[in-house]
Ligand binder design. Structure first.
Ligand code: NCD
Length: 406
């Protein structure tokens, strides 16, 4: 049993091992006793929330967590109020902020921005959402919700429904679910499917191949797929939702669309209503990271399966646990990793001199906006023939693949 996590960044869900995530959950169980009132664990410490995008739950639950732990909070809820508006970079901003605060929580629309912040700050950096890329602390609370409400993650069947292309919560969550042995089904309208490279990694690294569907109705009529996955001979189409222990719904991410027309086409293309839920299991969970727009009807709120408000509430003990552990005030007890479990490996960097003129092809990557950042590439953990951007995980196109380099 080691005591770890002090001083660590959480930029990607891959930064913590399975055993470390479980240690955070164990601490969150303890913190659940203290979500009202105050425990003095973080007396004298200060957290800065640096948010360049709107937020209700993530920022406020981080701030509530720090206040409940007895610490102080510096809050930037609007980048127009700080020197970012004058053109200050992420690198300079975090180096200033860490002279006032012991830990930084950052949300920024650029993919890889939290990694850039962590590279420049010596204080721990927690990623509260970097564009469409990742949202690892949301994944911690999503997994914690499933574990609290369902007992265990292994063997659970979870449908991810909605804008799986732009939704950062589902990107981190898919990896979290695969790592802990849950089965994933993707339900996304055309154009909003889970990104191909992410699916490739799920399969190559975790042997997870999610079933793919365009809508819940399509599943309803797709009897053969239903039978295969249900392992039953006489599955009835109407029972399709009974396959899922949890249905995780997400909104269409309006702010990440290239055009208003594309957004208009996508919005209202799916919705969970009481009528839809009539086909779900009586003990299924309906989850949503929130905010909701059109995709989750208010008539579901009174259904006992509606879990999203409890899910948001679990954000408090989970973030209290994370803060106390990373700030070294309540050490997490991490058991040794077991064979086959995920644990981060040293990052294998591609020799940069040979890639001197190469930039990441993702226009939303932080390295294409904050030009002082040196593009940096890694050999992919899941495929030694692939090279990916160290900031946003975008795969590098073929001419720069390592075979070409050797
Ligand atoms: C999500 C986010 O910001 O990615 N919200 C959250 O953090 N709870 C989901 C969303 O905005 O749709």
């Amino acid at each position: 049993m080691t005591v770890a996590l002090e001083g660590r960044d959480l930029v990607s869900i891959f930064d913590f091992s399975d055993a470390e995530i479980e240690a955070v959950f164990a601490l969150a169980d303890e913190m659940s006793e203290h979500t009202r009132g105050k425990v003095g664990l973080c007396d004298g410490l200060i957290m800065c929330t640096l948010f360049y995008e709107p937020s209700t739950r993530t920022r406020l639950s981080f701030e509530a967590a720090m206040v409940r732990l007895g610490g102080g909070v510096l809050s930037v809820a609007d980048p127009a109020q700080i020197s970012v508006a004058k053109g200050e970079t992420i690198a300079d901003t975090v180096r200033i902020v860490e002279s006032y605060a012991d830990l930084i929580v950052i949300r920024n629309p650029l993919e890889g921005s939290a990694r850039a912040a962590a590279d420049y700050a010596s204080a721990p950096v927690l990623n509260a959402g970097d564009g469409a890329h990742e949202h690892p602390t949301q994944t911690l609370l999503d997994l914690y919700t499933l574990r609290r409400e369902k007992g265990a993650l292994r063997g659970l069947s979870v449908a991810l429904v909605g804008d799986l292309r732009h939704g950062r919560t589902v990107h981190s969550l898919a990896f979290g679910l695969a790592r802990f042995g849950a089965k994933i089904t993707c339900v996304a309208p055309e154009g909003l499917e889970m990104p191909g490279p992410l699916l490739k990694r799920l399969e190559a690294q975790f042997g997870c191949t999610p079933a793919q569907h365009r809508s819940l109705d399509e599943i309803v009529t797709n009897r053969s797929a239903l039978k295969r996955r249900a392992g039953r001979q006489k599955a009835l189409a109407a029972e399709v939702l009974s396959l899922f222990d949890a249905v995780y719904v997400t909104r269409v991410q309006k702010e990440r669309f290239e055009s208003q027309e594309a957004y208009e086409r996508a919005r209202s293309s799916y919705a969970i209503t009481e009528e839809v839920l009539a086909r779900a299991r009586p003990d299924a969970l309906v989850m949503h990271p929130l905010p909701r727009v059109d995709e989750l009807s208010y008539d579901v709120d009174s259904d006992p399966r509606a879990t999203y408000f409890r899910q948001a509430a679990y954000g408090l003990p989970v973030r209290m646990a994370l803060l106390a552990a990373v700030l070294g005030r309540r050490p997490a007890r991490v058991r040794p990793s077991r064979a086959g479990e995920y644990k981060p490996r040293p990052r294998r960097e591609v020799d940069f001199r040979r890639l001197a003129d190469v930039r990441c092809a993702n226009p939303r990557c932080v390295t294409n906006h904050e030009r002082y950042l040196q593009p940096q590439f890694l050999f992919a953990e899941y495929d030694a023939k692939l090279v990916t951007c160290a900031y946003c995980d975008q795969e590098l196109p073929a001419p720069y693949a390592p075979e070409a380099e050797s």
